[in-house]
Design a binder for this molecule. Structure first.
Ligand code: FMN
Length: 209
């Protein structure tokens, strides 16, 4: 399928086929694709917890208004944004740049200070919102990658954040659940797949100046 066909094929899957599972190779590709998502400065200020344990999925379903995608999907990707943006985290990112690009760390000190200064100008709520925005870019990249692979997904915000943070122990890791995506294969019984895709006309969505 080409990209447009893949994006037309995908839909927010309501009922997954609980008997079908993704292979380890498919999961690895979805993780790699998500990890290649763009982020502001490249900081990737979120982590992704992939849920496969049926007992945990059951708990998450209860914390998600009993939506069946939680237990019928193969895996659930939980995007968890960082609760802050510490100088230490920025340093760890700059260390990583130095390692990957083979650049002396001291050559990057100015860049590290620039990023720290940029963050220092924001209050904590703005930092958290900023972090969460980056998580959504990861989500979008996952949805597109999965569609291209013929894998179904359902982006979801309909869950109890505090309950997720407790069940997955996210607060202790400095994270908070932001958005999730069950992944797997659509059930033939999911009538939603027959619904025409509703979007405003491209001419209405876009203007050219
Ligand atoms: C951020 C976000 C949160 C969403 N939350 C839910 C949800 O909790 N449950 C659900 O069934 N669908 C959820 N959806 C799916 C949307 O309703 C769906 O993407 C939209 O109606 C467009 O339809 P399509 O994705 O099938 O093209 C969510 C979508 C997004 C992007």
């Amino acid at each position: 399928m080409n990209l447009i066909e893949s994006l037309k094929w995908r839909y927010a899957t309501k009922r997954f086929d609980a008997s079908r599972r993704l292979s380890p190779e498919q999961l690895a590709t979805l993780k790699e694709a998500t990890n290649l998502a763009a982020s502001s400065f490249g900081l990737q200020p979120y982590r992704v917890v992939v849920i496969e344990d049926p007992a945990v999925k059951e708990q998450l379903r209860e914390a998600s208004y009993n939506q069946p995608q939680l237990t019928e999907s193969s895996h659930v990707f939980v995007f968890a944004a960082k609760r802050d943006m510490s100088p230490e985290y920025i340093d760890s990112y700059v260390d990583r740049i130095a390692e990957v690009r083979g650049v002396p760390r001291e050559n990057l000190d100015g860049y590290a200070e620039y990023m720290k200064g940029s963050v220092a100008g924001k209050d904590l709520e703005s930092v958290q919102t900023w972090n969460q925005r980056q998580a959504y870019i990861g989500l979008g990249t996952l949805l597109a990658a999965a569609a291209e692979m013929g894998i179904d997904t359902c982006p979801m915000e309909g869950f109890d954040v505090a309950a997720y943070d407790r069940i997955l122990g996210l607060e202790a890791q400095g994270l908070t659940a932001t958005v999730i995506a069950p992944v797997g294969y659509r059930s033939p019984e999911d009538a939603t797949q027959e619904h025409a895709k509703v979007r405003f006309p491209v001419e209405e969505m876009f203007t050219t100046v």
